[in-house]
Design a protein. Sequence first.
Length: 134
Amino acid sequence: MKWKITNDDLESFGGVFVKSPILDQIGTVFIPVSNITQARDWYCDILGLPTDGEIQFGHLYVIPMDGTGIVLDSKIYSKENVLKVPAFHFNTNDIEQAFSYMESKKVNLTTEIQHNHFFNFKDPDGNHLMICKC
């Protein structure tokens, strides 16, 4: 396939201009989980979402998100694969309310609210996650 490059399409990479076939978007984030049903229920509970979606192929659950997607995957789970640092954050408009909500859900909070802007927590499998004020 030949690429037709226009000036509007050019991007600079180390002084060389290239047109990339890769979009500047994140399609989805995979989270390794040990039990797909329990993980689906936990994530949907903290996000206030229904759990009526289909578990695909016995190991995948696509969380219905607004924006970048999340896929829970029990096939990729191992203790070595859990997220050791947050790879992304969930957004909130009210960080204090989000923190109180997660406390009320008995979520394993690993930090207090930092800089009035974010806090970290773990899911039941030990994946490190973050909620950040947008």
